[in-house]
Design a protein around this ligand. Structure first.
Ligand code: SPV
Ligand code: MN
Length: 642
């Protein structure tokens, strides 16, 4: 049977040397799976990967539960994951030498585009000449899988068999990576099989490199190189999922280029259903830089979640529709507690497939910072045996769980609040897009733009946020992060914005554009809102999408009226909301807004190829703010606006 399959596929294959190599290095079961795909590019890619990385064995997986189980078992056998007490729970640690040398975050500096010499890269894209980059990564990856097993898994970005689907193959020697992807992405083998010989796809080649105690140790030789010519990403000497789970932010970069060519958007956005009056559900996507409340917004109680990190957005029959690229969450666990995130907390405390990363383990149970339960006096964490007050070689305190970037990975279908439309092949209709950053002193808690262009530019393209621990580098610095996508741009920012503006500009009714800021503080630095207040902002936006409440025309957009908010606070949170609170939260802080325009304008003036609308929208906004300042001063209550 296998022989017949082999003979037949050789005939189809038509490239003896590739197939001969595969026949020598892949077992009969794996060969049969490849033969059934009948895809030359898969075969040659795999043959090249085998020649380069030289694994001892190759495991080709299909969508079967047996193959998924084999990967899970391997992650434990190889020591990349350790079982915890609760059924299905495991812990994985990423490499840690010190607070300055570790594998606990995306490595922006070593993530580069391979750019052909004849088309120089835009300065804002970290790149390396393609041939030099290929030579370097090939040197690093030569024999990198010696003695190890190469795993080959097929996935689909977006729902399968949908206008949004992008097939993907991941080649890796890390069962942790393959396991994570199984939780995070829809299975794709059948999609490949149906797609036939010419199916285009994205490919990811990852090797964790040398491991010690299940952890990558050659992190100085960590490289993430993106070959947009081949739609192929290389990653070596890392395990942190942001670097290694190729289907996440690396595929986003490839998808963004594809989207630009095909007239749709590939975005770093959650997707959620906000439930309005009479059973109505209005869908919103939201772009927030890491650790700005993105997952907790998407997971808001009484609403439904479609996805928490990545969305593809297309106009279908004149309506904007969106899908979750993923089917799972790779979420930040710090601060996640039973009061603020009850559903996630419940799932994290119940049996079922869950990978905890870089948390504290004691007695077979996971603990993390600010989980609402006392932490044990000792345990094992990413740095080894842990006790309070432990420091690294720089004298920096070692937190029980990795500060800001310890995470959990699980499938969305474990959540009771998963939206029933989450797997809809045509996606959900998008009513609004929200941009949200961490901003202590400038933006009001919620705001609606005047229109698509004004919103895309003054809210999306002007998004800023304080830095977090999801990338290496200093924390707490205000950073420019348009559409929360700066880290993942694969085309120059000007081209990205042009495409974005055109996408909505052509539509009769583009989604409405909003911004939230959960982090506004008073003069003493105390937050002006509680975490749960975001429920009110969401419902207000939902009403606005349906034109059901009026708003105040401010210089930076439409502001909510006091009456509407106080009614929503009462209804949703059973909470009083005073005029004084409203005025403090929604006062227009004119000098801060003007300073922001200066900062953002300065950024854009330094870049080339920026659409002219960007500077003109900023100039108009500056003018509106100055006019207001002349009339009303520096701090203007919303009650004084028209
Ligand atoms: C983020 O940092 O935005 C994440 C995690 O979603 S990562 O996979 O590192 O990108
Ligand atoms: Mn993200």
């Amino acid at each position: 049977m296998a022989k017949a399959m082999h003979r037949e596929s050789r005939g189809k294959e038509g490239n003896d040397s590739t197939w001969q190599l595969l026949a020598r290095r892949v077992d009969a079961g794996g060969l049969a799976k490849l033969a059934a795909l009948d895809n030359k590019r898969i075969n040659s890619l795999l043959a090249e990967a085998i020649l380069l990385c030289n694994p001892a064995r190759v495991l080709v997986c299909d969508d079967s539960i047996e193959d998924a189980a084999q990967i899970r078992a391997k992650a434990i056998a190889d020591g990349e994951e350790r079982p915890l007490n609760m059924g299905g729970h495991t812990v994985h640690f990423d490499g840690y030498i010190s607070s300055r040398r570790h594998d606990q975050a995306r490595d922006k500096g070593n993530t580069r585009y391979l750019v052909p010499a004849e088309c120089p890269a835009a300065e804002e894209l970290n790149s390396i000449e393609r041939q030099a980059g290929l030579a370097e990564i090939r040197t690093i990856m030569r024999n990198i899988m010696a003695g190890k097993e190469m795993l080959v898994r097929f996935f689909c970005l977006g729902p399968t068999a949908s206008p949004f689907s992008i097939p993907c193959v991941q080649i890796t020697d890390s069962a942790y990576v393959a396991h994570s992807e199984d939780l995070l992405y829809r299975p794709g083998y059948e999609q490949f099989r149906r797609g036939g010989p010419a199916l285009p796809f994205f490919a990811m080649l990852h090797a964790a490199g040398r491991l010690e105690n299940g952890v990558s140790i050659d992190i100085d030789r960590r490289r993430i190189y993106i070959d947009t010519v081949e739609d192929l990403v290389y990653c070596a000497n890392s395990q942190y999922a942001g670097n290694t789970v190729g289907l996440k932010k690396l595929a986003l970069r490839l998808a963004m280029r594809k989207a630009e060519g095909e007239g749709w958007l590939a975005e770093h956005m959650f997707l959620m259903g906000v439930h309005g009056p009479g059973g109505r559900v209005t869908y919103f996507s939201g772009a927030y830089p890491s650790a700005c409340g993105k997952t907790s917004t998407a997971m808001l109680q009484k609403e439904t979640v479609v996805g928490d990190d990545l969305a593809y957005i297309r106009a279908i029959d004149g309506r904007v529709r969106a899908v979750n690229v993923e089917r799972g969450i790779f979420g930040i666990i710090e601060d996640l507690n039973g009061d603020d995130d009850p559903e996630l907390f419940r799932v994290l405390n119940s049996a079922g497939e869950t990978i905890f990363t870089n948390v504290l383990i004691n007695d077979g149970k996971p603990y993390w910072n600010s989980m609402g339960r006392p932490l044990p006096a000792q345990g094992v964490n990413y740095a080894g045996l842990w006790r309070p007050g432990n420091t690294d070689c720089w004298g920096e305190e070692i937190a029980p769980s990795y500060r800001g970037n310890a995470r959990f990975t699980l499938r969305l279908n474990r959540l009771a609040n998963l939206d029933p439309q989450a797997e809809e092949p045509n996606g959900v209709p998008l009513g609004g897009i929200i941009y949200g950053g961490r901003d202590s002193d400038t933006a009001v808690p919620v705001l609606e733009s005047f229109d698509w262009q004004h919103g895309i530019i003054t809210l999306g393209a002007a998004l800023e946020s304080e830095t977090t621990a999801a990338t290496h580098g200093a924390q707490g610095v205000r950073k420019f992060n348009p559409m929360a996508i700066l880290d993942f741009l694969s085309i120059p920012l000007g081209r990205y914005l042009r495409h974005y503006l055109d996408f909505g500009g052509q539509l009769e009714r583009p989604p409405q554009i909003f911004a939230t800021n959960y982090w506004l503080t008073d003069e003493q630095g105390d937050y002006l809102n509680e975490k749960r207040d975001k429920a009110v902002w969401l419902k207000w936006m939902e009403r606005r999408v349906h034109g059901e409440c009026a708003a105040i025309l401010g210089p930076t957009g439409f502001l909510p009226r006091y009456e509407d908010l106080s009614c929503l606070f009462r209804q949703l949170l059973n909470k009083g909301y005073s005029r004084q609170q409203y005025e403090r939260q929604f006062a227009v802080r004119v000098p801060q807004n003007l300073a922001k325009i200066e900062r953002i304008g300065e950024r854009y003036r330094r870049l080339t190829g920026i659409p002219q609308e960007v500077l003109s929208q900023l100039a108009d906004q500056r003018q509106r703010l100055r006019d207001l300042q002349r009339r009303k001063g520096d701090l203007v209550s919303p009650l004084e606006l028209p």
